[in-house]
Design a binder for this molecule. Structure first.
Ligand code: ZN
Length: 435
């Protein structure tokens, strides 16, 4: 499949997951993970309510069947069946009649975007509420309203998906995305779709590293995973939080807390070579699950790669983050960036020049102009010279690409040709992972 076909597949998956009412726990998450299992054999974990996870506790499980508000004529003026964003996520069960004035304390709107329904949650404070467009809100007349919420908040489980792919070494790469939002496309579904197809792609690719894909509820999910798997975290070499990869904005990379790790270097190189506008942000202790992975007690080399940062587009956490908001071309561009990251992760090694005293004669080994068309002949020759000169065991191919300002792909091709002619050999010391 080419990149365009993959982006269509990602979009189809987003479309399939869109109607489901997800939350940090509950059937919506299970149903979503079962859909992902049609693509990758991920394992579904269930962690009981009340489980202590560092300073937190796994919350009660929330499920919802139906919810509405009816006016005095029996008409549904707010209906969960029309959009799951209408209910404040984690609303407790309720059935009562009340005046508009009292009801208004439980209603949320966005006057600045009067057509949109906001997305609100109340995970850790037991209450209830409804969200609606401001335009619908101002049509509500004085009078009595029937409020009905058929939900449950009971001891149950926190559900998450995990897919582990072993490689040549048990050093691992983590890709993590959140799965806890209801009908929101860019925020949550785009990341889920890209993670799923990336997992599928890596499954059928030769690999040096082991890979772990996490499909977890935001915040409490990563805290839970880290708490239950602390013993495994020393094997994590690099990682990325995948989120917001479908909007039409330019790509943004948020560096790991350490800021100078190999994954930071890799993503910077990939973005520089996409020939599109991009932004690199330094780490800050706010955002998605990188907050937990990069908490000081873990300080893992994990960044976040997406497009427009959360909160920086008006559609964020509203009904306007819908199927139209996610663009095929953006999904495709994000996909290409992640493939490039994967290629560099797997191939970024340090080598040794076996003929380091003066330049070896490349012509007699057929290396000049050997890497493809004549157009890039000069760049190809330069790549050979750079790789030979800096393959001293201390510089990885990415170090050489960065220093020479040549693309990693070209440096890698040069290294492969040099390996084939015996001018380069593998270096036992793994520089890449010690940085
Ligand atoms: Zn969100």
């Amino acid at each position: 499949m080419n990149t365009q076909q993959i982006s269509l597949k990602m979009y189809d998956l987003i479309e399939e997951l869109y109607p489901i009412c997800r939350s940090i726990t509950g059937e919506g998450v299970r149903q979503s993970l079962h859909i992902l299992q049609k693509h990758i054999p991920l394992e579904i974990h269930e962690v009981p309510t009340g489980t202590k996870v560092f300073d937190w506790e796994v919350p009660k499980e929330w499920n919802i069947q139906d919810a509405y508000v009816k006016n005095q004529y029996g008409q549904k003026v707010i209906d969960f069946q029309k959009s799951n964003l209408h209910i404040v996520n984690y609303s407790i069960p309720t059935h009562r009649t009340m005046s508009l004035a009292d009801l208004s304390n439980h209603l949320f709107t966005l006057p600045e975007h009067p057509h949109w329904i906001p997305y609100r949650t109340s995970y850790y404070h037991e209450t209830w509420g409804f969200c609606l467009s401001y335009n619908d809100f101002i049509t509500l007349e004085d009078g009595e309203y029937e409020v009905y919420i058929d939900s449950s908040l009971q001891d149950g489980y926190l559900t998450y998906g995990e897919y582990y792919l072993s490689g040549e070494t048990d050093e691992e790469i983590i890709f993590s995305c959140h799965i806890c939002h209801p009908s929101l496309c860019n925020d949550n579904l785009s990341g889920i779709a890209l993670s799923t197809f990336l997992a599928k792609h890596i499954t059928s690719s030769p690999r040096r590293y082991s890979y772990r894909f996490l499909f977890i509820p935001g915040t409490i999910g990563s805290i839970t995973w880290l708490s239950l798997n602390e013993i495994k975290t020393h094997k994590i070499r690099h990682g990325l939080v995948i989120s917001g990869v479908g909007d039409s904005g330019s790509m943004t990379y948020k560096q790991s807390r350490q800021g100078n790790t190999e994954i930071d270097q890799i993503v910077a190189h990939v973005l520089q070579n996409l020939d599109k506008h991009y932004t690199i942000e330094a780490f800050s202790p706010y955002g998605y699950d990188e907050r937990q992975y990069c908490s000081p007690g873990f300080n893992l080399p994990i960044g976040r790669l997406g497009r427009t940062p959360f909160g920086c587009y008006p559609e964020y956490h509203t009904s306007a983050d819908n199927l139209e908001f996610v663009k095929l071309s953006s999904l495709e561009e994000s996909w290409i960036a992640y493939l490039d990251v994967f290629e560099i992760l797997e191939n970024n090694k340090a080598y040794l020049n076996t003929n380091s005293k003066c330049e070896p004669q490349l012509g007699k080994r057929g290396l000049y102009g050997s890497l493809g068309g004549l157009q890039d002949k000069k760049a190809q020759e330069m790549a050979l010279l750079w790789v030979l000169n800096f393959s001293d065991g201390d510089h990885t191919l990415l170090d050489i690409a960065t220093r020479s300002k040549l693309k990693f792909k070209l440096i890698l091709k040069a290294a492969i040709s040099l390996l084939e002619t015996g001018l380069l050999r593998e270096c036992n010391r793994n520089v890449a992972s010690s940085k």
